[in-house]
Design a protein around this ligand. Structure first.
Ligand code: ADP
Ligand code: MG
Length: 665
């Protein structure tokens, strides 16, 4: 690996920014794939301007830019002349621009053109040198995910330099992912990389699996009437589907053949209680059970839920929480309890399978919200019992069509909770545009004043150059300003906060101190605050449908009517049609299928990864045909060479090993 600072123009200060994107070495750059692509518009003359659409035009700066302050905002405005037609350009918080906009200088400006009064306006246009823009024309240009302080242009340049630096040592397909000659090249490169990725993943899955196919155990877990009593005391009746799945799990747990079961159920179908009962039953038989969640917030929530459920149940079980952000002494203490068998039910994040955690008698491993990489993590955790083979229970809300589930979870028995709790009212949905904004805020106020709570979801954490999308930080200020007069408390939450801070905010939302939570998609997985009845999703068109469905699953969890507002400024008809799917259905399976139908194969622009099975490039829905092909090929390969020992498979073997290790990160 080569330090990023080896590249020209990247100093220590910049290197820190790149590290935020996960880029530490020059070699990492080539794997930092674009999140989208853009084809720049050809340069238009004023007679070709189309109002409200993205336009690039060449113009001369007519007068010195004006920089005004308005509160915290600085506004830079300048009068431009495009072929003798006046265009007024405005930028926010970019006072430094005025230096490069010399009177008489010519640039290319690119932004959305509007008309006000008798001349044209453009807000926040990007600026290029004429030659620079011309070089971009007629090509597919990468759009990268950014962080504050890095522009798309800077990242593009760095990635380009990385390829130059690495010389011929890189995979040509990687180059084509960033800088494709044309669309065809891009599609081919991507498909080929996706195939490799899937093939390595499936092979690693099958090879690791075949070793332990018929594992037996001597746990002697038995049914316990106290579990049934807990069920009776629940504030609701289990659905038939939940009962059926619970019976399947019970019979697995009491069997000598270790359980390997996936519980699939749409958001809100009530998977948590089944997992909880399984853990309680196991631990009542004197064994340890572990529940692993993908985020600390979710782990904390499971811990609270199970602790409260056990109170007064007559089950004398010790529940502990272990996460990465605990202080060393607290974690040491918990680990000691796990080791000497004081702890019965152990809940946590990936901290659960660290080497230094030694279990006394682990019999059941539950993974909530199964992630792709959780496949390997779950196995690492289940290997924490070296004498016996643990029962494995995996829970997922990702609505995977059966054929795909067979490939990805072929080693598991599948239980489906295909019924939502009966008393629940279906969520009411609305797809709206900016003109509805005030109404949306008023609606949130109304619901909060009726003692409910609301989520507001934004794509970004903070303002990011070149991306016209709502961010959590500004949105929180805006909403606080709007709602604080009514005593409504607005807080924000995002993934870059410290774990302890996230926990504090989540707790305050869960116990009702915070009324409105403005958040990124960190709330996507599993959070359960039944009192929240409104969700406003900003720039909804920027999310995949599966992700939107998961997000929406955070509401509609209690008895009251819930509402989801999908806000989007897009005028793109196809995008609107996609959002309509969500408006018309609350069923994850139907949404996934419809989504797949509406996207064409090779539909590569704006692909976003969906659901909780994440690959570096591939997407199980969009690339389902490639996934099936890779699965077939994996079967053929393994039939002839079950452990890939054939020298002809040396390279493939290395990739499979890589896939396995990568999965453990
Ligand atoms: P998920 O399947 O998305 O993990 P949860 O297990 O978190 O869903 O359950 C969602 C909400 O529904 C919780 O508030 C839970 O208490 C409640 N719930 C679960 N089962 C039922 C049921 N049978 N009837 C009514 N409410 C239920
Ligand atoms: Mg859940």
């Amino acid at each position: 690996m080569t330090k990023l600072t080896e590249l020209k123009g990247i100093g220590d200060k910049n290197a820190i920014l790149y590290e935020k994107l996960g880029i530490r070495a020059v070699e990492d750059c080539v794997f930092y794939f674009p999140r989208d692509y853009i084809v720049y518009e050809k340069i238009a003359g004023p007679e070709e301007f189309v109002l409200d659409s993205m336009t690039a035009f060449c113009a001369v700066v007519c007068a010195r830019p004006l920089v005004k302050r308005a509160g915290k905002l600085t506004i830079t405005s300048v009068m431009l002349s495009c072929d003798h037609t006046a265009v007024n350009a405005v930028w926010f918080n970019m006072p430094y621009l005025s230096k490069s906009l010399n009177v008489g200088s010519t640039h290319i400006f690119r932004g959305i053109i509007t008309a006000e009064g008798d001349h044209f306006h453009v807000r926040q246009p990007m600026i290029w040198k004429v030659e620079e823009y011309e070089r971009l024309l007629g090509r597919i240009n990468p759009v990268y995910a950014l962080t504050k302080g890095l522009t798309n242009r800077a990242v593009t340049k760095t990635v380009g330099m990385a390829f130059d630096y690495l010389g011929d040592g890189y995979d040509r397909r990687l180059y084509d992912m960033h800088f494709p000659k044309d669309e065809d090249t891009l599609i081919k490169a991507r498909e080929s990389l996706v195939y490799d990725e899937f093939l390595a993943f499936i092979l690693s899955l099958r090879i690791n699996r075949s070793k332990e196919e018929y594992d037996v155990n001597s746990f002697n877990i038995i049914e316990d009437a106290r579990c049934e009593r807990i069920i009776e005391k629940l504030p609701y009746k289990l659905t038939n589907a939940q009962m059926r799945v619970w019976n399947e799990v019970k019979s697995d747990l009491t069997s000598k053949r270790s359980m390997r079961r996936l519980i699939q159920g749409d958001v809100g179908s009530g998977k948590t209680i089944i997992a909880t009962l399984a853990a309680i039953m196991t631990s009542l038989s004197g064994k340890q059970s572990a529940i692993m969640a993908p985020t600390e917030i979710l782990a904390g929530q499971h811990y609270d839920y199970i602790s409260s459920l056990l109170k007064g149940s007559g089950c004398d079980l010790k529940v502990v929480l272990l996460t990465g952000s605990m202080t060393k002494s607290a974690a040491d203490n918990v680990r000691e309890m796990i080791k000497n068998n004081e702890a019965d039910i152990i809940i946590g994040t990936h901290a659960l399978f660290q080497e230094k955690v030694i279990y006394n008698d682990l019999a059941l491993v539950i993974t909530d919200e199964q992630h792709r990489f959780g496949v390997m993590q779950r196995d690492m955790l289940s290997q924490k019992n070296s004498n016996d083979s643990c029962h494995i229970l995996v829970m997922s809300a990702t609505p995977i069509p059966r054929t795909l589930a067979m490939i990805l979870y072929g080693d598991l028995d599948i239980s489906v909770i295909d019924e939502l709790p009966a008393h629940k009212l279906p969520i009411k949905n609305a797809v709206v545009n900016e003109s509805y904004r005030k109404k949306a805020y008023d609606f949130i106020r109304k619901e909060v004043l009726a003692h409910h709570q609301a989520y507001v979801i934004c794509p970004l954490i903070e303002e990011s150059e070149g991306l016209e999308a709502k961010n959590v930080s500004d949105m929180t200020k805006e909403l606080s300003g709007y709602l604080s007069a009514d005593g409504i408390k607005v807080s924000m939450l995002h993934g870059q906060m410290k774990a302890s801070e996230k926990q504090k905010i989540m707790d305050s939302f869960a116990n009702g101190d915070t009324d409105v939570l403005v958040s990124t998609t960190v709330v996507e997985v599993g959070i359960n605050v039944p009192n929240a009845t409104v969700m406003l999703i900003e720039d909804a068109d920027r999310f995949g449908l599966a992700a939107l469905h998961q997000l929406r699953g955070r509401i509609g969890r209690g008895r009251d009517q819930s509402y989801c507002i999908f806000m989007s400024g897009t005028k793109n008809e196809r995008t609107m049609k996609r959002l309509e799917i969500l408006k018309n259905s609350n069923d994850g399976f139907a949404i996934a299928e419809e989504d797949l139908k509406q996207r064409g194969p090779g539909d590569i622009f704006g692909i976003r990864q969906s659901g909780d099975i994440k690959f570096r490039i591939g997407d199980i829905y969009n690339d389902s045909a490639v996934l099936k092909r890779a699965a077939n090929d994996a079967d053929v390969i393994l039939k002839e060479d079950p452990d890939l020992s054939d020298p002809a498979h040396a390279q493939l073997r290395r990739k499979v090993e890589e896939a396995t290790t990568f999965s453990m990160v």
